[in-house]
Ligand binder design. Structure first.
Ligand code: AMP
Length: 177
């Protein structure tokens, strides 16, 4: 691995998006940079190659992009967690609070096996509310969430409080200003 490589350089920071006061960390800059994208997947494999995980679950939609090559290389199932109304089969679902209003996510019941140990990932962890809701839908199917992963972490938003004792890994973290 090239030691001068900086993942930070590949992440575009967009002030006041999607609304005033929010600094948006845009991971599309990673996806158009093959070295940066490969670095992320290699690091994920390094982190979890010896972990006891039976499947990875990923959050729509930027989580899918990182989880798919990871699942393929690890040889484990990829479970898609989607916004309400997108999955055709029977689902488990969870409503959760956003800064304004609520959101709801779902997973296919048939995709979750009781007793399975699942790593849950998204592109970025802010408050942790989305990952916590993902944990809830997987637990409704009898699975255990053994870890959370985000390419980017914003620990100043206190996601560790929401995510409890379940281990959290990120590749790059940013402080609030
Ligand atoms: P949260 O549930 O608060 O942890 O929010 C995580 C979800 O919202 C992820 O799917 C992120 O893609 C998105 N998100 C929240 N805050 C940001 C941010 N500052 N920059 C980019 N994406 C964000």
């Amino acid at each position: 691995m090239n030691s001068t490589f900086s993942l930070d350089d590949a992440i575009r920071k967009v002030p006041d998006f999607p609304k005033p006061g929010i600094l948006f960390y845009d991971i599309t800059g990673i996806l158009v940079n093959p070295e940066a994208f490969r670095y992320c997947i290699d690091r994920m494999i390094e982190l979890y190659k010896d972990a006891r995980i039976d499947a990875i679950a990923a959050i729509e939609s930027r989580g899918f992009v990182f989880a798919a090559p990871f699942a393929e290389r690890m040889g484990i199932p990829l479970i898609l967690i989607r916004k309400k109304g997108k999955l055709p089969g029977k689902t488990f679902s969870c409503k959760y609070a956003l800064e304004y209003g609520t959101a709801e996510i779902e997973v296919h019941q048939a995709d979750v096996k009781p007793g399975e140990r699942i790593l849950v990932m998204d592109d970025l962890i802010a408050t942790g509310g989305t990952l916590n809701a993902a944990k809830s839908v997987l637990e409704q199917g009898g699975a255990t969430v053994t870890g959370f992963f985000g390419v980017v972490g914003l620990p100043f938003l206190n996601y560790s409080k929401v995510l409890g004792d379940t281990p959290v890994q990120t590749l790059v973290e940013y402080d609030g200003e």
